[in-house]
Design a protein around this ligand. Structure first.
Ligand SMILES: C[S@@+](CC[C@H](N)C(=O)[O-])C[C@H]1O[C@@H](n2cnc3c(N)ncnc32)[C@H](O)[C@@H]1O
Length: 257
């Protein structure tokens, strides 16, 4: 059975079904708290940005689909892109704009931007939230200029991902409860095949938080909860490659022609 009560627990205010986008409004104050409910999105944004090379021309554009509050922005600084963020959630976009993102409120399945406008398209932690994820892939590839780069990360459609990311992850302070609908997780092989239809040869790589860093971070959080003193300081866990794509994976690929 879907854990609707858990979703309510995560927002502390109203009962919302899993993956309901209104959860992002209820969690609006969490986006930029480094140790808040979206902490792991910060770690993933850093790892995703590492896949993006410096722009190879003046005026290069990076379109960030499902940009949320623009957590990718600080990690793109100095790479030379105009960062355009597209998201459904207005409250998140307002924060993205404060971090230098040019924002567009819209659906990633029907993006109001022209064909071939992007040197890079990013879709971080988005596909597993969109029932029509194939349409997001189609849009991402439509936006990419020939030779442009697609970068993304998402959760795989496996029992292990459901266990780790939902049953365990949503009980830890790393992931808000009820934010995922595990039925929407994206099979890595299907994603690779879908990208190939649009001329993007997607390579995938499993990733996970570095264990020592994660344990230290969780410990700081537990200690803070016990003492009432903010966790403060300490390095955020790094996202590192792992052999298996069974839970969380990154993908990147260039659009040919
Ligand atoms: C898990 S958050 C990831 C945010 C951001 N990419 C990051 O990594 O920090 C998912 C985001 O996708 C947005 N979203 C969900 N469905 C969407 C859709 N169909 N079109 C555009 N944005 C969507 C949500 O509003 C939310 O901001």
């Amino acid at each position: 059975m879907r854990d609707v009560a858990a979703a309510a627990a995560s927002t502390g205010s109203r009962v919302l079904p899993p993956n309901d986008p209104r959860q992002y409004d209820d969690l609006v104050d969490e986006w930029w708290r480094p140790d808040g409910a979206f902490a792991m999105l910060h770690w993933l944004a850093e790892a995703r940005a590492a896949l993006v090379p410096p722009a190879d021309r003046p005026g290069a554009v990076l379109v960030d689909l499902g940009c949320g509050a623009g957590l990718l922005a600080p990690h793109l600084a100095g790479k030379g892109y105009r960062h355009i963020g597209v998201d459904l959630t207005r409250s998140a976009l307002m924060q993205a704009a404060e971090h230098g993102v040019r924002v567009v409120q819209g659906d990633a399945t029907a993006v109001p931007l022209p064909d071939g406008c992007a040197d890079v398209v990013s879709a971080g932690e988005l596909l597993e939230h969109v029932p029509a994820w194939r349409q997001v892939v189609a849009e991402a590839c439509r936006l990419l200029r020939p030779g442009g780069l697609l970068v993304l990360d998402t959760l795989n459609d496996t029992a292990l991902a459901r266990l780790v990311a939902v049953r365990i992850g949503e009980r830890l302070p790393t992931v808000p409860r009820g934010i995922h609908d595990p039925l929407l997780f994206v099979d890595a092989r299907e994603l690779v095949a879908e990208c190939a239809r649009y001329g993007v040869d997607l390579r995938v790589q499993g990733v996970r938080p570095q264990v020592g860093g994660l344990v230290a971070w969780l410990w700081r959080r537990v200690r803070a909860a016990r003492t009432g003193v903010a966790p403060g300081g300490g390095r955020a866990p790094r996202i590192v490659p792992t052999r298996s794509t069974a839970v969380l994976y990154q993908g990147w690929g260039v659009r040919n022609g």
